[in-house]
Design a protein around this ligand. Structure first.
Ligand SMILES: [Zn+2]
Length: 68
């Protein structure tokens, strides 16, 4: 399972939505979210691009490598 979590972008520190593997607690881009505030009260419409790219790869891998 994956969940979205707001945390600082690694390069800019700006808040973005990261994709977090719930069972591991790690963001897909490797950003450390341990000190980040939880999503409650944090507003952003930006997404972490490395996370999005990795998430897409994971989805494709879980579909047997097929791409629609
Ligand atoms: Zn990320």
């Amino acid at each position: 399972m994956y969940e979205m979590c707001v945390g600082p972008e690694t390069k800019t520190g700006a808040p973005v939505w990261h994709v977090v593997e719930r069972h591991r607690g790690n963001s897909l881009c490797g950003a450390d979210l341990s000190g980040a505030p939880r999503s409650a009260g944090t507003e952003t419409d930006r997404h972490c691009l490395p996370c999005m790219a990795r998430f897409q790869e994971c989805l494709e891998a879980s579909n047997g490598g097929r791409v629609n």
